[in-house]
Design a protein around this ligand. Structure first.
Ligand code: PLP
Length: 388
């Protein structure tokens, strides 16, 4: 395993304001909304010598194989409200919302993606009866492109990397096309901030599940990072309440833009090619919107390699979680943190602590999953010990 483990020299533990209170009600009105499973992994706790490891499995969220729909749905809704200058007529479910917004048609959503965010935006567009145009970097596997096309989206492969796809998607903005991007650039900051807001539901669900079973809130949380929008949601949640867990961010070793930025003291571009199998994390630049929270709230930064992601997938499959490559990054990163001599010496004693790993993605490329894990994703067993 090759890894770079560093403290965040910019961490200041500052408070951040909590997210919007209407979020839970909004997500409850989305189709097939239900909290995802949080479950106990006693084998992992024993392996790492910690009190408890809980795994939040975002392998199936509203029928999609990642958490991204939480941010995409909320940001799309907020962007539409802003576009029409008001809330839509009252609605209780997505069909009513689609009917109330039909007057906008023909109408389009667009974004760049390295997979999951684009699929989530495609899903929202289909539910609302809108068109959708998705821009992807070259080299994206067909399974991910097909998934977006099956939602009815037009997918354009951009000759370049994720950052080039972001630039191309931005050109689509018009009176009849909303860009719903999870990363930001100068002048485009509101919608990415709303994507971040939408992710908060995950952490509220974790609190609810732990509280319901009388278990302690986490002492250390491990979050994968691409542009850092998801991490920004973690920082908002865990730096706005009474509990202040240690926050650990994980990136691929050749796309460690948050780590490089923290060490440089300012947002820093990490050049490509970004070819990690943790494709959702192949980003060269942190999101501008996320950066203030990233620099302030993250305690430890871990850059890890593809072999550890593969091992993470196998280890998670052993505890009944069929995680994709990106989904396994949190376990790979936690393993690297606990194997690092400096981190071990500087971290507090974790032997009674609760560790939260967020597995952000299911097996989005079933062929690759089978090759790496040695069995098909659907053969991976069910949850062994449910927390709630
Ligand atoms: C499955 C998965 N996990 C984590 C991330 C990282 O999220 P962010 O780019 O907000 O850091 C992504 C981003 O695409 C993703 O698809």
């Amino acid at each position: 395993m090759t890894a770079i483990v560093t403290r965040n020299p910019l961490a200041d533990g500052a408070d951040w304001p909590a997210g919007p209170s209407e979020l839970a009600d909004f997500h409850h009105r989305m189709p097939a909304y239900a909290p995802t499973m949080l479950f106990d992994a006693p084998g992992l706790a024993e392996r790492f010598g910690v009190g408890r490891v809980v795994v939040k499995a975002e392998t199936k969220r509203m029928g999609l194989p990642s958490f991204k729909i939480l941010g995409a749905s909320w940001a799309t809704y907020q962007a539409i409200c802003e576009h029409i200058g008001r809330e839509p007529e009252p609605w209780t479910n997505i069909n009513e919302l689609a009917a109330n917004l039909a007057f906008l048609k023909p109408f389009k959503l667009a974004t760049a993606t390295d997979g999951n965010h684009g699929r989530a935006v495609s899903f929202m567009a289909r539910l609302l009866g809108f068109e959708c145009h998705i821009f992807v970097p070259s080299g994206m596997v067909h399974a991910r492109i097909n998934a977006m096309e099956r939602e009815g989206s037009t997918v354009t492969v951009v000759d370049g990397d994720y950052d080039d796809a972001v630039a191309r998607a931005g050109e689509e903005a018009s009176d009849t096309c909303l860009i719903v991007s999870d990363t930001s650039w100068p002048g485009y900051e509101t919608i990415p901030a709303q994507v971040v807001e939408g992710y908060a539901t995950i952490f509220c669900e974790v609190d609810d599940a732990l509280d319901a079973s009388g278990m302690a809130r986490p002492d250390l949380v491990v979050i994968p990072m691409g542009v850092g929008a998801f991490m920004a949601a973690a920082v908002t949640h865990y730096r706005s309440g009474a509990e202040r867990p240690i926050i650990v961010g994980v990136e691929p070793i050749d796309a460690n833009c948050v780590q490089a930025s923290a060490l440089a003291g300012e947002m820093t571009h990490v050049g490509g090619p970004h070819r990690s199998i943790m494709v959702g994390l192949n980003c060269g630049l942190p999101s501008m919107t996320a950066w203030p929270r990233l620099r302030s709230g993250i305690d430890w930064l871990v850059a890890t390699d593809d072999d550890s992601a593969r091992q993470g997938m196998r280890d998670l499959a052993d505890i009944a979680v069929a995680a994709g490559e990106t989904g396994a990054a949190c376990l790979a990163g936690f393993d690297a943190l606990m194997s690092d001599a400096v981190a071990k010496a500087e971290l507090p004693d974790l032997s009674d602590s609760t560790i939260l790993l967020v597995v952000t993605e299911g097996a989005t490329d079933p062929g690759a999953f089978e090759e790496i894990v040695g069995r098909r994703p659907e053969s991976v067993g069910r949850v062994l010990t449910a927390v709630s």
